[in-house]
Design a binder for this molecule. Structure first.
Ligand SMILES: [Zn+2]
Ligand SMILES: [Zn+2]
Length: 154
């Protein structure tokens, strides 16, 4: 079941809420579905090029999708803004592919942020970062707070 998280600043009015995790409908099979009316990926991933590449990997390389996909928080290294995106990695013989995302403002690659919370169980908790290391995208002070919300979706 998915949950939500909240990033807010103690010094200004910056506040953003994100969905994290996966819903009950997000089974590995439906995640591989690109064509039916229930297909999730075309709703979650906006880039047609990326979807075409995923299709190629699934069909030609017989790629599989390991557990760990789901909604996560990404951060733009340039403007510092946080974005919610769908993390998805495909593994195939000889390699793997992680869906890339870009900041809508700066066009640079977004980095996955690991807060070491329940939404990121599969990630190494040792590598969890403290959100205070990032400046607030709005006021620039190191006064951000991260909390997991109570809102469950799906
Ligand atoms: Zn940016
Ligand atoms: Zn602020």
């Amino acid at each position: 079941m998915g949950s939500s998280c909240l990033i807010q600043c103690r010094e200004c009015f910056y506040m953003r809420e994100f969905m994290i995790g996966i819903g009950m409908m997000y089974s590995p099979n439906i995640t591989k579905d690109l064509d039916s009316e229930f297909a999730l990926l075309p709703k979650l991933i906006k880039s047609k090029e990326v979807l075409a590449y995923i299709r190629e990997l699934l069909e030609e390389k017989k790629a599989h999708i390991p557990f760990g996909y789901g909604h996560r928080v990404y951060r733009c290294p340039k403007c510092g803004e946080f974005h919610g995106r769908f993390y998805l990695r495909l593994e195939y013989d000889g390699g793997s592919y992680e869906v890339p995302y870009h900041c809508p403002e700066c066009k640079v690659s977004l980095g996955l942020v690991n807060f070491g919370t329940s939404g990121s169980d599969y990630l190494d908790k040792e590598k969890a970062i403290d959100i205070e290391q990032y400046p607030c995208p709005s006021c620039g002070k190191h006064s951000l707070q991260y909390s997991e919300g109570m809102i469950l979706w799906d």
